[in-house]
Design a protein around this ligand. Structure first.
Ligand SMILES: *[C@@H]1O[C@H](CO)[C@@H](O)[C@H](O)[C@H]1NC(C)=O
Length: 231
């Protein structure tokens, strides 16, 4: 009796210790996150105006030859001083299932505060955008994207060359009726977005090789950038 009571006390002591440790950790990290949140802008290396202009110039140069449009974009980013050591030129395409939509992506850049990918599908898709901790800028390179917000009776239409800005914390239903590809740029807190990126894979497709590839490439890019001092 006595020894089991003692054991019980030891167990709750250990839990108390863990809780205390977590409380201290949160107490220490909260101000750090707050300061970073106030200064998120200073970590960004991509400029929204430049990406929009670059997308339009790439389309003007190559039209619907989207493979060349993508190459035009990555060539320029890899020549720019501010971005050249932070872009992945290896077109590692992989499927992405999220919010019920399915497409494929090529990760050009991923870090704690930004990501830049080519996302799209040649057959069309539809889904939930996800409610994110980052602003999302979707530059349509080929095809058309439609979006819907509750309360409206007409769709938002984003044709080739336009940019769809999904504000941090907001959601829409979106659809790519046919073949559609976009240069997607997100800035804010990227790691929380990854949960949305994995949810469909873990609860529906169970496509483990794709999940592993997504994890490997994303992790390699985020950590690689951190090691180069890019937060
Ligand atoms: C791409 O193809 C679509 C559909 O055929 C056409 O409407 C559009 O003008 C083309 N875009 C360019 C830049 O050639």
């Amino acid at each position: 009796m006595a020894s089991s009571a003692k054991k019980g006390a030891g167990g709750s002591g250990r839990i108390g210790g863990i809780l205390k440790f977590l409380a201290i950790l949160v107490g220490l990290l909260a101000p750090v996150f707050y300061v970073i949140e106030q200064n998120l802008e200073s970590f960004y290396i991509f400029e929204t105006d430049h990406l929009h202009d670059l997308s339009r110039r790439a389309i003007a140069a190559h039209g619907n030859d989207t493979r060349s449009v993508v190459k035009y974009i990555t060539d320029e980013l890899s020549a720019r001083v501010s971005t050249k050591s932070h872009v992945n030129l290896d077109e590692e395409w992989m499927f992405n299932n999220a919010g019920g939509a399915m497409g494929a992506m090529y990760i050009i850049h991923a870090s704690v505060t930004e990501y830049l990918i080519i996302f799209g599908t040649a057959v069309g898709t539809e889904g939930h955008t996800g409610r994110h901790t980052a602003d999302d800028f979707f530059h349509i390179l080929q095809g058309t994207q439609l979006a819907y917000v509750p309360g409206e009776y007409e769709p938002e239409v984003y044709p080739q060359g336009s940019m769809h800005h999904l504000r941090r914390g907001t959601v829409k239903q979106y659809k790519m009726p046919e073949s559609c590809f976009a240069l997607e740029y997100a800035r804010g807190w990227i790691p929380p977005m990854l949960f949305f990126g994995y949810a469909d894979g873990l609860t529906s497709t169970m496509d483990i090789p794709t999940l592993w590839r997504t994890t490997y490439v994303t992790g390699r890019e985020i950590i690689g950038n951190l090691l180069k001092g890019k937060f």
